[in-house]
Design a protein around this ligand. Structure first.
Ligand SMILES: [Zn+2]
Length: 241
């Protein structure tokens, strides 16, 4: 391989390595993963809230049931007294009857409340089930996205290492004087080798002078762009070898 081809190859590997480095550093998947995590946590909070709500409804329901049972017991006792202990005491009978009526009304009210709680419980139970399913789905999506992202990043890491090694191999093949030239231009302009296309330097997009063109055509090994100073490489050399 000619030196100019080696230099071009070296430049291409630097470009690839820089690109890989940028992807490794920025990790383009992080923001998506964070978004998913955020959504998951938001829903989880909602899920926990609903669970707490359900628990409090259950407590209320149990309390109401206890109250209803106690009242029913009282009514039963009142009934017993009414039919067995009152004799002809009209005042006692009236008072007891009124009490029983009042208690029965309270029982009915509490039973309605309990029924409403049961309905609410059903709604919340369904909501919890649906939230649970969504949470599971998001978690699965997160895991599979992360797995793919990790795979993609480790591929980029491999590419980065491959370029780094390739760069070492190529550098060892290039004469020191040329390497020094390359490194100096690269330090200044990032890209040290530019292709010449239709007599235009692709580094600075300016047509090279006739003298420069002449040098290239005569086969001078290393020719610099007279405008930007980059090392010029004929486009048709790119695919050679
Ligand atoms: Zn140029």
């Amino acid at each position: 391989m000619e030196n100019i081809q080696l230099l071009l190859f070296l430049q291409e590997n630097y470009n690839k390595m820089d690109k890989s480095y940028k992807i490794l550093k920025d990790n383009p998947h992080i923001s998506m993963l964070n978004k998913m995590k955020e959504e998951f946590n938001k829903l989880k909070k909602k899920y926990i809230n609903k669970k707490n709500q359900l628990e409090s409804i259950n407590k209320k329901y149990c309390l109401l049931n206890d109250e209803i049972e106690a009242l029913k017991k009282e009514v039963k006792e009142d009934d017993y007294i009414l039919y067995n202990k009152c004799g002809n005491d009209l005042k006692m009978i009236t008072t007891l009857q009124r009490d029983i009526e009042k208690k029965n009304k309270t029982i009915e009210e509490k039973e309605n409340q309990a029924m409403a709680l049961l309905e609410k419980e059903e709604v919340i139970t369904n909501e919890i089930a649906s939230l649970g399913k969504t949470l599971e789905k998001i978690r699965d999506e997160f895991n599979s996205y992360k797995e793919n992202a990790d795979k993609a990043q480790s591929k980029v890491k491999e590419e980065f290492e491959r370029c780094k090694n390739e760069i070492n191999v190529i550098r060892n093949k290039i004469p020191l004087e040329l390497l020094k030239d390359f490194d100096e231009i690269k330090a200044q302009k990032k890209v040290a080798v530019a292709l010449l296309q239709k007599n235009v330097c692709t580094g600075c997009k300016i047509k090279v002078s006739a003298i420069t063109l002449d040098e290239i055509n005569k086969g001078k090994e290393i020719v610099h762009c007279d405008n930007c100073g980059r090392i010029l490489c004929k486009a048709n050399l790119k695919d050679a070898e």
